[in-house]
Design a protein. Structure first.
Length: 115
């Protein structure tokens, strides 16, 4: 079992920055992938950025060059630095962990970008 606690998020004007943090606890020794997804109202949950021990880092095209994912394996944390935010980045952001073949999700944190 893996427990995920997210922090950060909030409201910001377009062009601003926010930082999301996620801390994993419990059975963390076999975590391969840590990352972030988001879900806007009426939309499907989509990948934002992931850091895989086996495959490296990946970003969605919509956030490349604006968002940066960083992972600390010693602390079992994954952060998402979001710069140059746009109104279309407004969504609930979820921390995600792949532990073995099990998916774990955080509770979600709201990010609202006003234009």
């Amino acid at each position: 079992q893996v427990q995920l606690v997210e922090s950060g998020g909030g409201s910001v004007q377009a062009g601003g920055s926010l930082r999301l943090s996620c801390a994993a606890s419990g059975s963390t020794s076999s975590i391969n992938v840590m990352g972030w997804y988001r879900q806007a109202p009426g939309m499907q949950r989509e990948l934002v950025a992931i850091d895989s021990i086996s495959d490296g880092i990946s970003y969605s095209d919509s956030v490349k060059c604006r968002f940066t994912i960083s992972r600390d394996n010693a602390k079992n944390t994954v952060d998402l630095q979001m710069n140059s935010l746009k109104s279309e980045d407004t969504a609930v952001y979820y921390c995600h962990v792949l532990y073995g073949y099990m998916n774990y999700w955080g509770q979600g944190t709201q990010v609202t970008v006003s234009s």
